[in-house]
Write a protein that binds this ligand. Sequence first.
Ligand code: ZN
Ligand code: ZN
Length: 393
Amino acid sequence: MRIRAAAIAAPHAPVEIIEIAVPDLARGAALLRTVYSEVCGTDVHLHHGRLSGVPYPLVPGHVSVGRIEAMRGPITDVNGDSLREGHLVTFLDVHETCGACFHCLVAKQTTRCPSRKVYGITYGAADGPLGGWAEQIWMKPGVKMIRLPDRLAPETFIGGGCGLVTALHAVDRAQIALDQSVVVLGLGPVGQSVVALARLSGASEVVAVDAVADRLAYARRMGASATIAIVDHNHEGHETLHEGHEQLHDGHEGLREGREGSQKEHVSRVRELTAGHGADVVIEASGAPSAVSDALDMVRDGGRVVICGHYTDNGAVKIHPHFQVNRKHVEIRGVWGCDYSHFHRAVAIAARHGERFPWRDMVTRSYRLDEAGEALAAVEQRTVMKALIAPNE
Ligand SMILES: [Zn+2]
Ligand SMILES: [Zn+2]
């Protein structure tokens, strides 16, 4: 028996169906029958060859849900409960974090461990069925599986998916205090979950900013108290994810000599909504370089900016260190990767709050394995908010 999978042979190559041998299961290993895997913005970057250390040909799909079809146990979860055939699980897509290097032991920054491998990103098809765009996914020994509680529909968890997990890490980094104001720039799957999690964190005002009307409307459902539509006067707006790569955005108004802040409408609007102060926290999830400068203009003096939209090189942007950072006493934080804790808590949050926040409705469409190329194109062109691959349908 072979496993059918959708693969990217090389950067820019069309997605094609391949077959991979079923692995022998060592003690502690399992085989999942894939229920859903997702198509993430990262997969678009993978298709364009814009991430380093990727062993093509590649079966994408890093966050997935599947049912345990075969296993060589015993395998237990972090609570010591046994996992069994038939259980519906997701799993931490990061594996082989070493626990022995400088990053793991001294800096305690395991998401920067150089040994870590990621399903669907840095494991290639030659390593085995280790991506979610496949009928089955091999759980190597030691991969951390998390059982979805009975009350959590797989559609709800995967609707949040990678974006929910990433957003959780970003909101942790944002350290939102009760009653604070939060601005979210960019309302793709990460930004939408940031909106919901900022609400759950006790923010009184959550302002969602994007250029796309549908996404603004959806953010209201996710808990945004106000929305701001970006008006793209000069083609340097937030939606130009794939344009930002080429040029430095040196046209930014905030850089003019002697100016103390941007006159952009969406920046001014944030000031209006915050009694002229700017927001306590701004979370950038758009991927546009100019949004980082906007975030610095929108945050209040002494506030915090978290950047989680730049998982690939989208280009550079000029900032003004005096006006935008030093004098404002602003704190800027990055967010890279996720660890087990984020997956564990994301499952719990989706189970507890999946009725209040419509993660499952974020999924625009689910695609068969042989439609994976179409799904990837739809995510790239942003004609869908979220696309799933359902390899066994
Ligand atoms: Zn390490
Ligand atoms: Zn992802």
